[in-house]
Write a protein that binds this ligand. Sequence first.
Ligand SMILES: [Zn+2]
Length: 462
Amino acid sequence: MKRLICLVMVIMACAVTASSQQIASKTAGLQKIDGYFPIYWDEKNGKMWMEISRFNKEMLLQVSLPTGVGSNPIGLDRGQLGAGRVVYFERVGQKILMVQPNYRYRALSSNAAERKAVEDSFAKSVIWGFKAEADEAGRVLVDATAFFLRDAHGVADRLRQARQGSYRLDESRSAFYLPRTKGFPLNTEVEVTLTFASDGETGPLVRDVAPTANSITVREHFSFVELPDLGYKPRKFDPRSSSFDVEFYDYASPFNEPIEKHWIARHRLEKKDPNAAISEPIKPIVYYVDNGAPEQIRRALIEGASWWNQAYEAAGFKNAFQVKVLPEDADPMDVRYNVINWVHRSTRGWSYGSTITDPRTGEIIKGHVTLGSLRIRQDFMLGTGMIPSYAANGMADECEFAMMPDLEYLADTSEIEAMSIARIRQLSAHEVGHTIGFAHNYAASSYTTADQSWIIQLRWSR
Ligand SMILES: [Zn+2]
């Protein structure tokens, strides 16, 4: 009996040691990537550890797809933004829950009990459960390997929806991608290489783009980001401005007023001198053009996007909107960069502008433009179809052409090239327009040109 008690005591002592183990000793010898959430790379075991010290404090968790499948109809493009969520960590003993609060239903009230009544009336979502493996002065170490090494972007679902096969994540062919796993004071970025395997039949679209169709490898990215401070003032949505908006239900609104609230989406922009008619901003909005775009295209993208500066000037801001080339060491998926990406696919498809928006306020945290690179080739082909190929040079009549088909490209194409580049400038301006918060303004298009109507929209929205 005495021996049994001894054994129990030894086991208990072990348990206590495990739970109160110091983070320093548990992470000794691991590569520390310091930042918003310090993470530790355990090279020997292929594990990623995460240190959590912020509890019950909201942050943004953003998932994205830095490398694509390359097929427009499948719709898994390089640089695609996935779900963005506000989350916080809640500690219950050794368990750490990652909770997503519900911002769709709220009470805009100074009465805490009123806010709580609404909060408790609607579901929250616990996204993940971690276990505290070490514990030190309010900081906790968790094994986050399984949290990161998973298909958070929904690639397998998308492949199935596109009828390209039934794919599963193969862990043995998946790993952390360390060149894009980084820590910064206000954000921690983690990237993983994931391979999706299929034992069954594969679809024609994946066979078109993947070197081995039953093995599709892409990368997914996670960003943990400090949410903006609450210095941003939300602005009520006005349907005449045709802005994108955040929508929610405010249960504290007077019962004779609409419960549904809409606030516009826009970047934060404040004048250095609030009394000046035109002032420089405290912090400009900077967009970065893909450094992987060819030089000629890059210039057109910068020029077109920069037109927006005129609109901001008309709204009272000087040098508020700037466009630069993405620095070589910067990661376009890093949420601190507004980007204009030049994206390749096997066939032509849509270009689009998306945003990461703070769901609490409507503040745009990141503008993210995806431009399909084949468009300019299509515009060029349309142009060549609209001019007489040979008359310009006087080189060939129909008879000669039949014998010498190579003559086709001897026509003067400089005007078509200029038209194609002009379209890229417009496209850049157009998609950036979406990422600064504007939908298509069909109403205003009827009395002015589309781009002028957007300038009017911008004036209204500031
Ligand atoms: Zn559009």
